[in-house]
Design a binder for this molecule. Structure first.
Ligand SMILES: [Zn+2]
Length: 195
């Protein structure tokens, strides 16, 4: 009887150890997966940053804005992935702490901020070029029509002065005020103004 109890106890011990090992393995695999996700995200962020940096060197023309938008079309997908990663992080507390300690996590945060900053810079620069183009068109129109400073005008009046007849629009969705002759045109967004 005692021998039976002993062997039962031994089996129970083995069973609980095996369970413990299995749980540990699952946790490790979960954390490995999360790290792999982070590394993949980092690669994507880095290539995006490279694209952004390369882009800064190129003189962006107003009619290239559509191309700019297409290039940034990858961003929503990336954001979705980041959101997914964040949701995953919230699940196992231990994994979350481990993830935050991982250098990849910090690096990705930094890359994210850097990309955001570069993108804002691009958008701002593109908008300012638009405003300068509108300003130039205004001057040409005023000269041709012998208009004096303070005269009112419409953005539609300038259509022929823009490349391809396309009226520039703010890439960030700001609203343009063309303003009177002699005053620079303005965008409703902060930082989007001719220096
Ligand atoms: Zn703008």
């Amino acid at each position: 009887m005692r021998t039976k109890a002993k062997s039962l106890l031994a089996w129970l011990l083995i069973l609980s150890l095996a369970t413990g090992i299995a749980v540990l393995r699952i946790r490790t695999r979960e954390q490995e997966n999360l790290l792999a996700d982070l590394r993949r995200e980092k690669q994507e962020l880095e290539s995006l940053r490279l694209a952004n940096e390369g882009f800064e060197l190129v003189q962006v023309q107003t009619n290239e804005l559509l191309r700019l938008r297409a290039e940034n079309a990858a961003l929503p997908g990336l954001r979705h992935e980041i959101r997914q990663l964040r949701a995953q992080e919230k699940q196992p507390q231990a994994a979350s702490i481990m993830l935050r300690a991982a250098p990849e996590w910090r690096e990705n945060q930094q890359l994210r901020r850097e990309n955001e900053r570069l993108r804002n810079q691009q958008v701002q620069a593109a908008c300012i070029r638009n405003l300068e183009q509108i300003d130039l068109a205004k001057r040409q129109w005023a000269a041709e029509n012998k208009l004096e400073g303070g005269s009112l005008m419409m953005l539609d009046d300038l259509a022929n002065y823009f490349p391809g007849g396309v009226t520039p629009v703010c890439p960030a969705g700001g609203h343009y005020s063309i303003n009177r002759i002699g005053s620079p045109p303005a965008c409703s967004l902060n930082g989007h103004s001719i220096p």
